[in-house]
Design a protein around this ligand. Structure first.
Ligand code: PRP
Length: 178
């Protein structure tokens, strides 16, 4: 897999440092509360695993599965709810964990869903923020790294279902997809 990567952007150590920094911040910001961590499958599973271990609070953990890229390279305009959560979010402080915010449509969809269901607050902790990709006006609350408008894989992020298990985030060689 390493041979398919043009450039490593964020290695395991630097990702871990961001998890520690954001974990400390969330622990302080939510002190005395018991937030509901909502991890967005599939991409956010590694980031969630690292980040929740740096949060020194009681938390509930739920997984929701939505899809926007459909395995390709560009976010589609249509968000699909693949697997919903069962727990009641009414009155809860929800922290969405994402691997990347790109167009922002997935996030907008989730925030609307959670607010409609009566969540007390909704915030977002994302590993990567591709601000240049936004088509909707939405911002993440906790950001590991800003990324340029390039297609990145690894650490949960895929291309056609692959590369999620790379222990770093990198740019895919053009020869892989052209
Ligand atoms: C990715 C990522 C976010 C979303 C971000 O998920 O995990 O959920 O796209 O893109 P957006 O800001 O343009 O909406 P994807 O649909 O690829 O599913 P996956 O996590 O299962 O790979």
């Amino acid at each position: 897999m390493d041979n398919d990567i043009a450039e490593v952007l964020f290695d395991r150590k630097s990702i871990q440092e961001q998890a520690e920094r954001i974990g400390r911040q969330i622990s302080a910001d939510y002190a005395g509360r018991k937030p509901l961590v909502l991890s967005v499958l599939k991409g956010a599973y590694l980031w969630t695993a690292d980040l929740i271990r740096e949060i020194d609070l009681y938390v509930d953990l739920e997984f929701i599965k939505i899809s926007s890229y459909h395995g390709g390279m560009e976010s589609s305009n249509e968000i699909q709810l693949i697997t919903d959560i069962r727990s009641d979010v009414r009155g809860r402080d929800v922290i969405i964990m994402e691997d990347i915010v790109d167009t922002g449509q997935s996030l907008e969809y989730l925030e609307t869903l959670l607010n409609d269901r009566g969540a007390h607050s909704v915030q977002v902790a994302t590993l990567l923020d591709k601000k240049g990709g936004r088509t909707v006006d939405i911002a993440a609350d906790y950001v590991g790294f800003d990324v340029r408008n390039e297609f990145v894989v690894g650490y949960g992020l895929d291309y056609q279902g692959l590369y999620r298990n790379l222990p770093y985030v990198g740019i895919l060689k053009q020869s892989v997809y052209s």
